[in-house]
Design a protein around this ligand. Structure first.
Ligand code: IMP
Ligand code: MG
Length: 173
């Protein structure tokens, strides 16, 4: 596999995280809210986002799996780790690394809706709209990316490259 090529460098990521934090802070500063991070890909983004936010919130994580391995979504979503926090009546902000086909988020938003939250909004660092199969409305979006496989800043390819500080592209060969 070729060396990953930088698409969005760490300085641009930091600016973007600051901008998203400002928007979320404005909307949630006087609300009791629960942030739900989708593991594993969102953990680096979420760690930076909560420190940029500088307002109190409760956190929980959910783990979904759609990629058995490699780069193609299987289309079948598995709930690998459930939430422990009660969702009913709460304001929820879901944190996702990248929206690709939209299948995972449709599954998750359906799962949350069944638990009667007060509200649900979605914050996604990256959007890859070219491959969408199900519509997803993103309330807080970082960057739109081309139809390439993205790694770094928490995103992986076969569990590799999560540690990279920049958002990078893996070139097919
Ligand atoms: P979706 O259900 O196809 O929208 O897939 C969403 C999940 O697939 C994301 O949360 C990522 O974990 C993973 N994914 C989709 N595209 C990429 C990519 O380019 N790089 C790394 N992971 C990706
Ligand atoms: Mg993910």
């Amino acid at each position: 596999m070729d060396k990953p090529e930088i698409l969005i460098n760490k300085e641009k990521i930091a600016d973007c995280v600051g901008r998203l934090a400002e928007q979320i802070r404005e909307d949630y500063r006087s609300k009791d809210f629960l942030m739900i991070g989708i593991l594993k890909g969102s953990f680096v983004f979420m760690a930076d986002l909560i420190r940029a936010l500088q307002i109190p919130m409760e956190l929980d994580f959910i783990r979904l799996s759609s990629y058995g391995s490699g780069k193609e979504s299987s289309g079948k979503i598995e709930l690998v780790q459930e939430l422990r926090t009660q969702v009913e009546g709460r304001h929820i902000v879901v944190i996702e690394d990248i929206v690709d086909t939209g299948i995972s988020l449709n599954f998750l938003l359906g799962y949350l809706a069944k638990q009667n939250p007060a509200s649900v909004r979605l914050c996604a660092l990256l959007d890859k709209p070219s491959r969408r199969k199900m519509p997803v409305s993103i309330d807080y979006l970082g960057f739109t990316v081309p139809d390439k496989f993205i790694v770094g800043y928490g995103l992986d390819c076969n569990e590799q490259f999560r540690f990279l500080s920049d958002i990078c592209i893996i070139n097919e060969n």
